[in-house]
Design a binder for this molecule. Structure first.
Ligand SMILES: [Mn+2]
Length: 306
């Protein structure tokens, strides 16, 4: 059985606290449980100040078979930030601009760019699968998007890890692979009508909004958009063919900064990311016990401080 754990973002103390709350014990530096395994939904890094603590816990657990994980957009970005662009000598797959460097700085403070520890961690990020299909449950960082899963097939290995040679293609705006990785790791977005924009949590102007692909009732833009703060969005009807997850296999994901008391989104869909800064954030787990219909009582969490 599995405990699916949300976006950690460099908060090592909260992670240790949550694992203890889930009855894992720390034996010789490895958190373990006699009957259960943890699954991390990605976004291990950026924002917090305890990356070493968090990453050491996760890696040790995974190396000892006590945990599984998928890649988050922050790990994907970190790999691209560290990878020279073969087509543009002197540049990187993710540009070293202020906009890209700032949200990544907390990680770089603990793992300085170019250091042995940094290289080692980036190499480890490359071993994280894009998704986990465990038959009874599925796990992905943002969206279990069937068309994108098909597109990434030729670019992943048997463990569902993106091939080293795929990163260049995956970083090219406009490529099919780029869009597929965006969908799986960053979510499905909807382009706002001409003349509309909003300012996101990082102060950046956005022309696209993230969609609540799990909410079948949300048919108009203001109710179907998420993570837009208080932005006023135009009252437009969404196209009928917006992607929805309709499979009966329970799906777990992170990424979306849910707020309030943790709960399911549908009987088969649960988000475990409640790491929003605005209300200080929670580190959340879903304690799966084999059920096909997910249960609000199976959420466990700790309040994250700082
Ligand atoms: Mn994310």
């Amino acid at each position: 059985m599995y405990d699916i754990i949300g976006d950690i973002h460099g908060h090592g103390t909260a992670l240790a606290e949550l694992l203890r709350k889930l009855d894992y014990t720390n034996q010789d530096g490895i958190f373990q449980h006699p009957e259960r395994k943890a699954i991390f939904v990605g976004d291990f890094i950026d924002r917090g100040s305890e990356h070493k603590k968090a990453l050491t816990i996760c890696r040790n657990m995974m190396e000892q078979g006590c945990a599984l994980a998928v890649m988050g957009n922050h790990e994907f970005n970190a790999i691209c930030y560290a990878t020279p662009d073969p087509e543009n000598p002197g540049s990187f797959l993710r540009e070293h601009s202020v906009k890209n460097q700032q949200p990544h700085q907390a990680f770089l403070d603990e793992y300085p760019l170019g250091s042995v520890e940094h290289k080692d961690m980036i190499d480890w990020f490359r071993t994280l699968p894009l998704f986990l299909d465990l038959e009874a449950i599925r796990v992905v960082h943002a969206v279990w998007h069937h068309p994108s899963l098909k597109i990434v097939q030729p670019w992943i290995n048997i463990d569902h890890c993106l091939l080293t040679e795929a990163y260049s293609q995956a970083s090219r705006l406009g490529s099919e692979l780029y869009d597929a990785i965006e969908n799986l790791l960053k979510g499905i977005e909807y382009k706002l009508p001409e003349g509309h924009e909003f300012t996101d949590k990082n102060g950046q102007t956005r022309h696209e909004v993230r969609l609540k692909w799990w909410d079948e009732q949300a048919k108009r833009l203001p109710e179907a958009a998420t993570n837009t703060g208080n932005a006023a969005l135009p009252e437009v009807e969404l196209p009928e063919d917006i992607y929805r997850y309709k499979d009966s296999v329970p799906l777990f994901f992170g990424h979306y900064w849910m707020q309030g008391t943790p709960g399911t989104l549908s009987p088969t869909i649960a988000c475990v990311d409640y790491s929003s800064k605005s209300e200080n954030g929670k580190l959340v787990a879903y304690r799966w016990q084999g059920e096909k219909a997910l249960n609000n009582d199976h959420f466990v969490w700790v309040d994250r401080v700082g």
